[in-house]
Design a protein around this ligand. Structure first.
Ligand SMILES: Cc1ncc(COP(=O)(O)O)c(C=O)c1O
Length: 343
């Protein structure tokens, strides 16, 4: 796998740490480590920095001066695209899809607040189920008519170019394991628009690394639909990489059971995961993405899925800025503390 063939901006300056989580491991009876992509650079970190490293490089190589992208109303991908656009001196236009009706609050906190603070060039909110790609195309035509050179990045940077970021991450992990002499039987990550899981699968296939990747559905309720999406994107990424071997479809594993009530709607297992990681390791996950992928890991551990000697790598893909928009989900924390005046 020769990633040097692709333009890249160098947003990932050093490998993110792989940290043992001793207290969580003890609670679960399985050895768990975290790959800390929540610590990546960009404004407050997260997985999209790796993808945008390649996507924005492509935009710049084509002479773009404006980025257009889309996501949910609390999109981490939109925050990071905006953040990197600022650093690259590019315009950034966002289309936000209100996937859960009446949840958009123009005065909202978390990523909504950051879109305003960082000053996106434009933000348009469209109802859930809208033709978001069509919206981006129409905006692009408008900007071209104004003499701009816009570049469209798909939601989640979920195309083969963006997925290269996670093929690079797979290579990074393989290098870290060689150096430390460690090995992992499983990697658990969130699976939404799919580029993270597909990029990892492509990267591990191309480097012949036998780690079983389990994607926890955070958006689609149907396992097969998500697995088909991941398979297609993995194959396209491998083909972009010039991989000549066969990719075995049985390597694609998604688990829909930890989605909770639907996209961005957590269940009690998600909230338990958020609390547990905070209280055992002081690491924050969010109720939309990483709380669900961690709930998946916890659920699998409790049902005895991992065998004696298995070692599990939890890919922390970030997302914690949205945690602060969900305070009402943690009344036991907010209420008594506030009542006692806090200290
Ligand atoms: C924090 C976080 N983790 C995981 C994901 C899912 O990654 P992917 O869209 O590559 O499947 C997202 C997607 O937006 C995210 O924001």
């Amino acid at each position: 796998m020769n990633l040097h063939l692709f333009p890249r901006r160098g947003y990932v300056k050093q490998p993110t740490p792989i940290e043992w989580l001793p207290r969580l491991s003890e609670r679960l009876g399985v050895e768990v480590h975290a790959k800390r992509d929540d610590l990546l650079e960009g404004c407050l970190g997260g997985n999209k920095t790796r993808k945008l490293d390649f996507s924005i490089a492509k935009a710049i190589s084509q002479g773009a001066d404006a980025l257009i992208t889309c996501g949910a109303i609390q999109s981490n991908h939109c925050r990071l695209t905006l953040a990197w656009a600022i650093r690259e001196n590019l315009e950034c236009h966002l289309i936000l899809e209100e996937r859960v009706k009446d949840t958009y609050d123009p005065k909202g906190s978390g990523n909504n607040f950051l879109f305003n603070l960082l000053q996106a060039n434009s933000v348009k909110v469209v109802p859930g189920g809208s033709d978001v790609h069509g919206e981006m195309e129409r905006l692009s035509e408008k900007l071209i008519a104004q003499g701009k050179r816009p570049f469209l990045i798909p939601g989640g940077a979920a195309d083969p170019v963006g997925a290269l970021g996670y093929a690079a991450c797979a290579q990074e992990i393989t290098g870290q394991l060689l150096e430390s002499g460690q090995s992992f039987s499983h990697l658990v990550c969130a699976s939404g628009s799919g580029g993270t899981q597909a990029g990892l699968l492509a990267g591990f296939a191309a480097t012949n690394t036998p780690i079983k990747v389990i994607g926890v559905n955070v958006r689609r309720p149907d396992r097969k639909t998500q697995e088909d999406l991941i398979l297609g994107l993995t194959r396209d990424t491998l083909s972009l990489l010039g991989f000549k071997g066969e990719f075995d479809p049985s390597q694609v594993h998604c688990d829909e059971r930890f989605l909770g009530l639907g996209y961005s709607r957590p269940s009690e297992t998600t909230l338990e995961a958020v609390r547990l990681l905070a209280r055992t390791e002081a690491i924050l996950v969010d109720p939309v993405y990483t709380g669900k992928s961690l709930a998946g890991l916890i659920g699998l551990a409790r049902e005895g899925y991992f065998k004696r000697g298995d070692k599990v790598l939890f890919l922390h893909t970030g997302g914690f800025p949205a945690l602060f928009t969900y305070l009402e989900l943690f009344p036991e924390v907010v209420g008594p503390w506030a009542a006692q005046g806090g200290d």
